[in-house]
Design a protein around this ligand. Structure first.
Ligand code: HEM
Length: 155
């Protein structure tokens, strides 16, 4: 039962993270193209601040629930006298998942503060340039997240 609850939390957190990136990338950003830079960049800064706060919680839940599930299975196998070895899809998921978390940390700690500072200073060219960087890395994480979900389910 606990295993299934962990898996539900895991998948719901993934949905928030990957779904939120898809929404920002494909629906929000193009719809703001008609706004003037001050409005567009201030709005994106505020939206991303809220979204990244939620992603911080989601990534914590994804990693904790994932490792917890692996720990439970490993414990059962060892208690039953067997030796535990990680299945290939779990190895891939852990590696790609941690890479995605690392990319998120860079976006959150490096690019978003720069965007905030540029918006506060009304330096719209600089803010626009940082947003291009954020869009690129969110795009990378979106591709990784979709590909990983596809791989884990069909593998
Ligand atoms: C450190 C990172 C991660 C770890 C340790 C981890 C570990 C796990 C484990 C142990 C399961 C249970 C598999 C099973 O019961 O067969 C699982 C399920 C799943 N994970 Fe992850 N995961 C991680 C990150 C991710 C990420 C980043 C994604 C997608 C973006 C993801 C998507 C999924 C999905 C969709 C399932 C359900 C698969 C199914 O039931 O068929 N995981 N994960």
């Amino acid at each position: 039962m606990l295993y299934l609850v962990l898996k539900a939390v895991h998948v719901l957190a993934v949905m928030l993270w990957v779904g939120g990136m898809a929404f920002a990338h494909y629906f929000l950003r193009p719809s703001l193209a008609t706004l003037a830079p001050p409005q567009r960049l201030t709005l994106m800064r505020d939206v991303l601040r809220r979204f990244f706060a939620a992603v911080l919680v989601a990534t914590g839940l994804v990693v904790a629930s994932g490792l917890w599930m692996i720990g439970r299975v490993a414990k059962q196998v060892v208690q039953g006298g067997g030796s535990f070895s990680w299945p290939l899809d779990w190895i891939v998921m852990t590696a790609v998942g941690l890479l995605m978390v690392a990319i998120f940390v860079v976006i959150r700690l490096r690019f978003h503060p720069r965007l905030s500072r540029a918006v506060d200073a009304s330096d719209w060219p600089a803010a626009g340039a940082v947003l291009v960087d954020i869009r690129r890395w969110v795009g990378v994480n979106l591709v990784l997240g979709v590909a990983l979900t596809f791989f884990v389910i069909v593998h």
